[in-house]
Design a binder for this molecule. Structure first.
Ligand SMILES: Cc1cc2nc3c(=O)[nH]c(=O)nc-3n(C[C@H](O)[C@H](O)[C@H](O)COP(=O)(O)OP(=O)(O)OC[C@H]3O[C@@H](n4cnc5c(N)ncnc54)[C@H](O)[C@@H]3O)c2cc1C
Length: 466
C-alpha cells in the first residue's frame, strides 16, 4: 500500500559545514526521490490539504502528475493558483497548513508536500518556457511593493489582461524574500530572481527606487497618472523594540536591520563593503522565523549565538524545520526567559542582557499561554550584540500621504476581506493589512484583491458607459 512507504528523507548540507557558509541548507529531492514521495499521496476524495492551502493549490492533482512523471502537467497545475512555487515550497509553514492536514499525518508522517512543490517549481525554472502575455484590455493598475502580495496581485491582473506596473521602494525586487529571508534558506539569484522573471514574462512592469508617499503618491497615481486602481502591498517593515532600559546602547539592533545588511547588502560576502558586527556572542530576542534567520546568520558570521524566548518550545512561532536546523547548527535556546534590561559597559556598548525566568499562565487572546515572570529569578547573559526580533508593523508613510485611507489601531491599512480600503479604487493586502504574517497569506490576499479590482474596474467602466 502506498501509505506504508516511509516519508522520503530530504538531502541537506551537513550541519557543521553549513554553519560556516551561506549556501542553501536543503538540497531538495531528485526526480527519483520526488516520484517515490509522490507515490505516498492517497489522493483523498475530500483533500483536506487543498482546503488548508491559503491559495488552494490542487495538491493531489499536481502530486499525481508528478508521480506519473508528467512534470509539465504538475507545473501547470500549481501555476493555476501560485506564481511562486519554488519560494513557497521552501518557506511556507507546511506543518500548520497543507501537511498539517494530510491524513497520513494522523498516524505517521504527512506527504512532504512542500518539498514536492519545490521540486516541481525548480524543474519549471529550468525549462525555457515562453509565456504568452494575455491580450491587453486597455485598463491600468498600479501596485505598490514587490513582495509576495504585490507580485501575486500583479500576476493575476496581468493574466486578466491589465497593464500592471509595480512601484518598489528598494533597488531590488521581492520584498522580504530578498531583504529578510537569508540566502541559506532561499537562494536569491537561482530562485527568487528567476521566479520574478516568470512574473515579468506575464507582462508586468516593475520600477525600483520609487518610494510611494515620497517620489509619487497613491493620489497622484489615480488622479494624475490615470491608473484605474491601486493595490497597496507595502508590507510591515517597521521593527518593534521592547522599551526596556539600555535598548539605545551600541550593539542593540533590530533583526530587520541586521538581516537587510546581510541579505540585501551582502555583508557576509567579502567582496562587499557593508559593515556588520557580531562580536563573539550574539543574543537574539524572539522565537519566530525572523529570530531564527537572525540567529543562524549570526552563527554563520562566526558568533556563538543564542535565542532568548519568553514562552516554551511548544509556542515557538517559527517553522518547525527552522527550529530543527537551528539546533543542529549549534544555536543555544534559552526558553521561558525574558530580558528586562540591556546592560552596557563604560564605552556605551552592550555587555549583556539582564533576564528573568518565566512560567506559562492562562491562554491570552492569541490562544497561547501567557508568560508570567517568576519572582526573584533575575540572571544575566553576556553578549556583544543583542538583536531584537519582536515583530514589525507597517510603515505609516503611505497611510499618511493618501487622502481618505483609514488605518487600524495597530497602524495597519484597514481593508475588507476582498482587500477594498476606505478609499475608492484603492485595495490593499498582505502584511500591510494583517501585520507581519506569512508569504502564502500575503499571496492569497494579493490574488483575492486582484479579483476584487477586476470587478471594481469592470463595474466602473459599465457605469460610465451607461
Ligand atoms: C526575516 C523574515 C523571515 C521570514 N520567514 C518566513 C517564512 O519562513 N515563511 C513565511 O511564510 N513567511 C516568512 N516571513 C514573513 C513573510 O516574508 C511576509 O509575511 C511576506 O513577505 C509579506 O509579504 P508582503 O508582500 O505583504 O510584504 P513584503 O514582503 O514586506 O513586501 C513589501 C514591499 O513593499 C515595499 N514598500 C514598502 N513601502 C513602500 C513604499 N512606500 N513605496 C514603494 N514600495 C514600498 C518594500 O520595500 C517591500 O519590497 C518572514 C519575514 C521576515 C522578515
Amino acid at each position: 500500500m502506498a501509505n506504508k512507504i516511509p516519508r522520503v528523507p530530504v538531502r541537506e548540507q551537513d550541519p557543521a559545514l553549513r554553519a560556516t557558509n551561506f549556501e542553501e541548507v536543503c538540497h531538495g529531492y531528485d526526480l527519483r526521490e520526488a516520484m517515490l514521495e509522490a507515490s505516498r499521496c492517497l489522493r483523498c476524495k475530500n483533500p483536506r490539504c487543498v482546503a488548508a492551502c491559503p491559495v488552494g493549490i490542487a495538491i493531489p492533482d499536481f502530486i499525481a502528475a508528478l508521480h506519473a512523471g508528467d512534470l509539465r502537467t504538475a507545473a501547470e497545475t500549481i501555476a493555476r493558483d501560485s506564481s511562486l512555487p519554488s519560494i513557497c515550497g521552501r518557506v511556507c509553514p507546511q506543518e500548520t497548513q497543507c501537511e498539517g492536514s494530510c491524513v497520513l499525518g494522523i498516524k505517521g508522517e504527512p506527504v512532504a508536500i512542500g518539498k514536492l512543490e519545490r521540486f516541481v517549481g525548480d524543474w519549471k525554472l529550468e525549462q525555457d518556457t515562453a509565456v504568452d502575455a494575455a491580450p491587453r484590455n486597455g485598463r491600468r493598475v498600479a501596485v505598490v511593493g514587490s513582495g509576495p502580495a504585490g507580485l501575486a496581485c500583479a500576476s493575476d491582473l496581468a493574466k486578466m489582461g491589465y497593464e500592471v506596473k509595480i512601484f518598489e521602494a528598494l533597488h531590488k525586487v521581492g520584498g522580504v524574500l530578498v531583504y529578510g529571508i537569508p540566502e541559506f534558506r532561499l537562494p536569491k539569484e537561482r530562485i527568487v530572481a528567476r521566479e520574478i522573471e516568470e512574473v515579468k514574462k506575464l507582462g508586468v512592469e516593475i520600477e525600483t527606487d520609487v518610494i510611494v508617499g515620497r517620489t509619487l503618491t497613491v493620489d497622484s497615481l489615480l488622479d494624475e497618472e490615470g491608473y484605474d486602481a491601486v493595490f497597496i502591498g507595502s508590507g510591515a517593515g517597521l521593527p518593534r523594540f521592547m522599551g526596556i532600559p539600555g535598548e539605545n546602547l551600541n550593539g542593540v539592533v533590530s533583526a530587520n536591520e541586521f538581516l537587510t545588511r546581510a541579505n540585501l547588502m551582502h555583508a557576509y560576502d567579502a567582496e562587499y563593503d557593508t559593515p556588520i558586527y557580531v562580536g563573539s556572542r550574539v543574543v537574539v530576542v524572539g522565537g519566530g522565523n525572523v529570530a531564527m534567520d537572525a540567529v543562524r546568520t549570526a552563527r554563520r558570521l562566526g558568533a556563538e549565538a543564542t535565542i532568548v524566548y519568553r514562552r516554551s518550545e511548544k509556542e515557538l512561532p517559527a517553522r518547525a524545520e527552522e527550529v530543527h536546523h537551528a539546533r543542529e547548527e549549534g544555536i543555544e535556546f534559552r526558553l521561558l526567559t525574558n530580558p528586562v534590561e540591556v546592560l552596557g559597559d563604560e564605552r556605551g556598548w552592550v555587555r549583556g542582557l539582564r533576564c528573568v525566568e518565566m512560567e506559562l499562565g492562562e491562554p491570552d487572546a492569541s490562544g497561547r499561554r501567557s508568560p508570567v515572570e517568576k519572582p526573584g529569578s533575575e540572571f544575566d547573559i553576556a553578549c556583544d550584540v543583542a538583536i531584537m526580533a519582536l515583530g514589525t508593523s507597517p510603515n505609516p508613510l503611505i497611510a499618511s500621504t493618501t487622502a481618505g485611507l483609514d488605518t487600524t489601531r495597530r497602524g495597519c491599512i484597514a481593508a475588507d476581506e476582498l482587500g477594498a480600503t476606505s478609499r475608492e479604487g484603492v485595495f490593499a493586502g498582505g502584511d500591510a493589512v494583517t501585520g507581519a504574517a506569512t508569504v502564502i497569506l500575503a499571496m492569497g490576499a494579493g490574488r483575492t484583491a486582484a479579483r476584487a479590482i477586476d470587478e471594481y474596474v469592470r463595474a466602473k467602466a459599465a457605469k460610465s458607459a451607461e
